[in-house]
Ligand binder design. Sequence first.
Ligand code: 2AM
Ligand code: CA
Ligand code: CA
Ligand code: CA
Length: 271
Amino acid sequence: MDNTKLEDLYQTAKNWVYEAGEVIKRSFSNELNITYKSHYADLVTDMDKAIEKFFIDKIKKEYPDHEILGEEGYGDEVKDLDGTVWIIDPIDGTTNFVHQQNNFAISVGIFHNGEGKAAFIYDVVRNELFHCIKGNGLYLNEEKLPLLSEVTLDKAVIGLNATWITPNRKIDHHLLLPLVRKSRGTRSYGTAAIELAYVACGRLDAYMTMRLSPWDFAAGYILIQEAGGIISTMDGSKVKVLSKTSIFAAKPGLHQEILDTIHTGTPQDGE
Ligand code: 2AM
Ligand code: CA
Ligand code: CA
Ligand code: CA
């Protein structure tokens, strides 16, 4: 894809993200139709479905050869990242959307032949669009943000949610105690997309989560790398963009310090 084509795609996608945001804002006065997916805490609303369909209609009309992977399943069965692939979460943070009408985002990542090319995470209520086109730096609305700088754990704020205190197969949860003790603090926003955007812009120094799907992290994955951050799985290996995976994103330096703390620490640390 040449630069002019990519620039066009980026502008078009950005306009659609703003338009979708307007649709969501207008919906606040309507009653929501909420249903359950896999279990009692896994919600979906008519707005999740409407916004996903909104993107799919636009993309299929304008770019019929592009593929789309969306959470609500109206897109394609995407098997690989050949060609141009959009990975879309129409509303990330549906529980917040339902309970708070705040702290949710539209997340759109665009890949071409396996490479992240453009990304958008739009916090609709705060009017904050985190976005990038590959190689051009990270933007918050119109403002270009600086590259992430190094920080040590004692000065870091870490995005971490309470599922980590439950026993799990991924990691001995006691190993996270030193992170909670030694960092400046932990935060949990209930929206992976915004948490990743916050790492990209430096509001969080790191974020770790046990199991996300491609639509939860695709845009954040692109934004964080554009900002000079590091994103991997919890054990530090490369993220497979089309798989369900743990995610660990952090500023350079801190990423290794946390991996060392977790993987060489002893469960008693910090107790
Ligand atoms: P979602 O709101 O798009 O479903 C906190 O719930 C974060 O984890 C959100 O980013 C949410 O995305 C994501 N998540 C992933 N799988 C989930 C599930 N099965 N139930 C609830 N949230 C899930
Ligand atoms: Ca969901
Ligand atoms: Ca999500
Ligand atoms: Ca969602």
